[in-house]
Write a protein that binds this ligand. Structure first.
Ligand code: PLP
Length: 282
């Protein structure tokens, strides 16, 4: 497997990362996960825009990430088998320097990008999935795509132990988002989802779903959903780069709606598939 590392395309096993890298020492960095369908990168511009914002917020702001388009194309050419249905992972850390909390004066960011096979089982999602609710123990800037993911990892592992696809966070009684997904619920044909702000990541898939709702005349209400309300929803679904649109049929031990993917979710999944199948929509 050929990956990109600080300007070079090399075998993954040849990558040598310094133990002084601040990504390793402090999780001082940011990342993106982007979908590649049939050798084409899906919505790259939106992901690069979010990456620029994350870099700016954590003050690694002297970097122009536009070159990553060419990096992605090269990775696809060099890994054609994987690039049929893959994710492109990009990580940028502040770089390597002797360990002090403050920003070092002279430092070059570390940039890594690689493709890997998409980890999600489509069949599992189509039938509908179970989620569990977990306390949101993350920091106050969940809008930044930080590589510090310990609370997400612990919650996702708990989901796996309870045979659930995803853990969804609850902060002060409010449903925020999943460990790697945003979440929406349907009440009387209206899609409700947490508003953009510091408590959720502005998901690219969430943006696309809201765009599709607009085109399909499905009303959207961006307001918080409580832990009690979600159990009463007609439908619930997850939104994320690897999950796409994931119908939720069970929250903890409670069945949602009829216990099978609902009509609004199915309609949105179909429209989303339409975007994937149409290269003009990339
Ligand atoms: C915490 C969190 N929320 C939401 C998402 C969904 O974002 P996107 O649709 O851009 O993949 C992710 C994606 O990894 C995430 O980590």
């Amino acid at each position: 497997m050929i990956v990109y590392y600080n300007g070079d395309y090399i075998e993954k096993k040849q990558v040598i990362i310094s133990p002084d890298d601040r990504g390793f020492l402090f999780a001082d960095g940011t990342y993106e996960v982007i979908r590649v369908y049939h050798h084409r990168i899906f919505r790259l511009d939106n992901h690069l825009q979010r990456l620029r914002r994350s870099l700016q917020e954590i003050e690694i702001d002297h970097m122009d990430v536009s070159f990553l388009r060419e990096t992605g194309e090269t990775l696809i050419q060099r890994n054609p088998e994987i690039a049929r249905d893959a994710v492109m992972y990009i990580q940028i850390t502040r770089g390597a320097a002797p360990r002090h909390h403050e920003f070092p004066d002279q430092i070059q960011p570390t940039v890594y990008a690689a493709l890997s096979r998409c980890p999600v089982e489509r069949n599992q999602i189509v039938r509908g999935i179970k989620i569990i609710l977990q306390p949101d123990q993350r920091w106050g800037r969940c809008d930044i795509k930080s590589i510090a993911l310990l609370p997400n990892i612990l919650a996702a592992e708990e989901a796996r132990r309870q045979d659930a696809y995803e853990a969804v966070f609850v902060r002060d009684g409010i449903i925020t988002e999943g460990t790697r997904t945003n979440i929406a619920a349907v009440f009387n044909g209206q899609v409700h989802t947490h508003p953009i702000g510091h408590h959720i990541l502005g998901g690219i898939t969430r943006d696309i779903v809201l765009e599709l709702c607009g085109k399909m005349d499905i009303p959207v209400i961006e307001k918080p959903i409580s832990e009690e309300q979600i159990m009463l929803a007609d439908e619930v679904f997850l939104m994320g780069t690897t999950t796409e649109i994931g119908p939720v049929i069970q929250v903890n031990e409670i069945k949602i709606g009829e216990g099978s993917p609902g009509p609004v979710t199915k309609q949105l999944r179909k429209a989303f598939q339409g975007l994937i199948d149409n290269p003009d929509q990339y």
